[in-house]
Design a protein around this ligand. Structure first.
Ligand code: PMP
Length: 429
């Protein structure tokens, strides 16, 4: 039973006097859906409780890390045990080696792993490494993919035939953005033309192989294969940004799902089990270029943090031991069947890859590129989102963010959510 949001509203007022916009990361401010952000008091399993004592069934899962749900007892025990041995050493320790070995044992082609404290650092550093390896400066990203907020990645496509990117944020110098070219997803011809013209100048092409930051824009395998082939031919490194998809779509990420091996891969979220972690990884030969072995500099005071490594290790261990991905697929199928039944004639499409799902508030074919995502869907999504809150179900506070299932969700949770979705569709339209 949802009561009021009074206490969250008061906390938000106070927060706005201390934090810009009252938050530590923009989407949390509810700007896209209206209303007051919920202030979380505690969380466990598939649910969290807000400052007013309301309980919500959570499908955000802290934006992806919580594949085992909130406060998994075994992950907590690992964190507690590690923390009694010290919070940070700034020196080597065994758990970072163990986590690196585990990642290398799961992900095709990975021999070396460098840990960071966020996904942003991972992608930024992977690109620097690619530049160092190739001696080239320019790189390519795709419209609709997000790779964190480093300067070179906050870039949008230039207009018309211009292939040089434009800053998508104030504060990013045009000179930096011009080194990034932005291409459309799902367009092999555009990719082929570009690589034929400019591929020899490109250090790296970075892509979310399962793009999940502008809705869920599932790619055709052939597009990813073309990308693999063209990058190899031009000598550009292919970087799979698996910050979301890594250990989410399976233990071998999208590389295993599509049977395509990138040159470098970036991770975050799940490998930290809810603690701040990122990583970039790949074959030993590339990592010969990284400090302290080589001349590409990269570092971090808290990188390989022992408490975070313990949370990541516990999480990866449980994923394998409990065959979590099979369970998530079954839950996903149940969700999909229920949702498809409850959408009725509303102009909404549902798309899912394992435990990642998205409602596209638009009609027609499911989009595979950013231009296919309905911008008109944001308004009805806001009503859908707010109606769900009153039903005690929490989706992402933006029409363009995906939802996540966790191992803590039960079949009953799914059925409850489907029932709530049905009611919320009626409120949205
Ligand atoms: N890459 C992808 C694919 C992401 O989804 C994100 C964040 N959601 C990042 C990079 C950046 O990670 P972080 O927020 O940890 O900096």
């Amino acid at each position: 039973m949802i009561h009021s949001f009074e206490r969250s509203a008061t906390l938000f007022e106070t927060a706005r006097r201390a934090l810009p916009g009252g938050v530590s990361s923009p989407v949390r401010a509810f700007g896209a859906v209206g209303g007051t952000p919920l202030f979380i008091e505690s969380a466990g399993g598939s649910r969290f409780t807000d400052a007013d004592g309301n309980q919500f069934l959570d499908f955000v899962g802290s934006w992806g890390p919580l594949i085992l749900g909130h406060a998994n007892p075994e992950v907590l025990a690992a964190v507690q045990a590690a923390s009694t041995r010290g919070l940070t050493y700034g020196a080597p320790h065994a758990a970072e080696v163990e986590l690196a070995e585990r990642i290398a044992g799961c992900y095709p082609g990975v021999e070396r792993v460098r840990f960071t404290s966020s996904g942003t650092e991972a992608t930024m550093s992977a690109i620097r490494l690619a530049r160092g390896v190739t001696g080239r400066s320019r790189f390519v990203k795709f419209d609709g993919c997000y790779h964190g907020h480093s300067d070179g990645l906050l870039v949008a496509a230039g207009s018309g035939a211009v292939t040089l990117g434009q800053p998508s944020s104030s504060g990013v110098p045009a000179e930096i953005a011009a080194l990034t070219s932005v291409l459309p997803l799902d367009d092999s011809d555009a990719l082929r033309d570009f690589m034929a013209r400019e591929g020899r100048e490109i250090a790296a092409v970075i892509i979310e192989p399962v793009p999940a930051n502008n809705g869920l824009l599932l790619q055709r395998r052939e597009f990813l294969e073309t990308l693999r082939q063209l990058t190899a031919e031009s000598g550009a490194l292919l970087i799979f940004d698996e910050v979301i998809s890594g250990f989410r779509v399976g233990m071998g990420g999208a590389a295993e799902l599509y049977d395509i091996r990138p040159d470098l891969v970036t991770f975050g979220k799940i490998i930290g089990g809810g603690m701040p972690v990122g990583a970039f990884a790949g074959p030993a030969s590339y990592f010969e270029h990284l400090a302290p072995l080589g001349s590409v500099y990269q570092a971090g005071t808290l990188s390989g943090n022992p408490v975070a490594m313990a949370a990541g290790l516990a999480t990866l261990e449980i994923l394998v031991r409990d065959q979590v991905h099979s369970k998530l697929e079954r839950l996903g199928q149940r969700l999909e069947a229920g949702v498809c039944n409850s959408i009725g004639s509303h102009p909404v499409r549902f798309v899912r890859q394992g435990s990642i799902f998205w409602f596209h508030f638009g009609e027609g074919e499911l989009p595979r590129a950013a231009t296919g995502v309905s911008r008109a869907g944001a308004e009805p999504y806001g009503r859908f989102f707010r109606a769900l809150l009153t039903e005690g179900v929490y989706l992402a506070p933006s029409a363009y963010e995906v939802g996540f299932l966790s191992a803590a969700h039960t079949e009953e949770d799914i059925d409850l959510a489907v029932h709530a979705f049905r009611n919320a569709f009626d409120s949205a339209f």
